[in-house]
Design a protein around this ligand. Structure first.
Ligand SMILES: *Cc1c(COP(=O)(O)O)cnc(C)c1O
Length: 407
């Protein structure tokens, strides 16, 4: 009698040729290798014993299956699965999304090299490029990549990498992956895309010409707000370097195997969740756009979004992230924020729970301890970011409407 699960997964493919959802559940895990456990076991060990000196040498030659900073069987399943879902040859997972960015730039760039970035990025990535990288002699060149032709002037013979997010945090602006990759490749420069806002269920940048994809696994891929993680996906040669230098001795930012297990569990329901996040976010974006107190709404799949055509080219749905501003600006945001009953006032995004955040309030508070704290380029003090969760959309609409009644 054939074992269904084994026959799907045998032949060394472990799920090749299956649809996205089937691979999100099965790819890279063959139960036969793990005592026929249906779910991947968590390997809590810091090191691995060897039968002989020869076996130890063979493991070292394999690229570091010696010690748990560089190798863990649970983590390896997650790396293989994410790489396959993104259409990448190889993957690396690390402790956070910021660790992924640090691993990327500190492994691939050296003193004197240049990094071209889109001018608006996740706020801590901005801190790294403004305060971190220049200390190591790496020049960062911010440009507006909403006009891909701006790249032509920004790239020099010292440029090693072009880096951007799409959708862009926190604006939900859209950048054209294909157009940017074509221009960068014409000059021999690699392109890395932070695809955290979309997840591979909605957008796979490598299919549009990107070389490397970065994710904060903390967000949609884990999806439940209970673990931190980061990932880099791309060609085998680059990923080998990121693993053997970046993770092994530059950052040492290993993902906990328990977090790898949680993230593998979250990944199993990724496209179901993204479908619901996206449909609820579109409903809420349309409600906000029609509301008399709202000045503007940015959601990629709204007709009013300037990037809608590009979004439809590279994303299958709009995801759960939207930004909006009230006509009463900063003061209006302050007035409604304490009135939410269901929406949670919190940073982070991509959770089952809806999270709402007003960057300017936090920035003003931070300026008391850090005079040079500033809002990211392109973010106004009226901007409210909403990560639409998986609650009933009528309840979310009612909570927003109720809070806005004071305006
Ligand atoms: C949150 C986030 C990061 C950083 O990820 P952490 O897991 O919090 O370190 C990077 N990029 C984007 C777009 C993010 O939203």
């Amino acid at each position: 009698m054939t074992d269904n699960k084994t026959s799907i997964l045998d032949g060394g493919h472990h799920g090749d040729g299956l649809g996205f959802d089937s691979r999100a559940i099965h790819y890279g895990f063959n139960p036969v290798d793990f005592g026929r456990a249906v779910q991947p076991p968590v390997f809590l060990t810091s090191t691995y014993g060897f039968e002989s000196v020869e076996a130890n040498e063979a493991a070292a030659a394999l690229g570091g299956r010696l010690y748990a900073r560089e190798y863990n069987p649970t983590t390896e399943i997650l790396e293989k699965r994410l790489a396959h879902l993104e259409g990448a040859e190889a993957g690396l997972v690390v402790s956070t999304g910021m660790a992924a960015f640090g691993t990327l730039v500190l492994s691939l760039l050296s003193q004197g090299d240049e990094l071209v970035v889109h001018k608006t990025l996740y706020s801590n990535t901005i801190s790294m490029i403004e305060q971190g990288l220049p200390r190591f002699g790496i020049k960062v060149v911010p440009v507006d990549l909403s006009q891909p032709s701006n790249l032509d002037e920004a790239i020099t013979d010292k440029t090693r990498l072009v880096y951007f997010e799409t959708p862009v945090n926190p604006l939900s602006a859209i950048l054209d992956i294909e157009a940017i990759a074509q221009r960068a490749h014409a000059r021999g420069v690699k392109v890395a895309v932070d695809s955290t806002f979309a997840s591979p269920a909605l957008q796979r940048p490598i299919e549009h010409g990107a070389d490397i994809v970065l994710h904060s696994l903390t967000k949609y891929i884990n999806g439940h707000g209970d673990a931190l993680g980061g990932a880099l996906l791309g060609d085998a040669e680059t990923l080998h370097k990121l693993h053997e230098t970046g993770l092994r001795y530059i950052t040492g930012a290993t993902l906990s195997p328990h977090s790898a297990f949680l993230i593998l569990r979250g990944l199993k329901t990724l496209s179901l969740r993204m479908d619901r996040h996206s449909s609820s976010a579109l409903t809420i974006a349309q409600m906000l756009e029609a509301h008399p107190a709202v000045g503007w709404v940015s959601y990629p799949f709204l007709d009013s979004h300037s990037g809608k055509a590009v979004a439809q080219k590279q994303m299958s749905q709009g995801s759960g992230m939207l930004a909006f501003g009230l006509k009463s600006g900063f003061d209006g945001a302050r007035k409604i924020f304490d009135r939410f009953q269901l929406l949670t006032r919190a940073v982070s995004l991509g959770d089952t729970d809806s999270l709402i955040y007003h960057p300017a309030s936090i920035m003003r508070a931070r300026q008391a301890i850090r005079a040079d704290a500033h809002l990211v380029d392109g973010v106004g003090d009226d901007l409210i970011r909403l990560s639409v969760g998986l609650e009933n959309v009528e309840d979310l609409v009612a909570d927003l409407r109720g809070a806005m009644q004071v305006l």
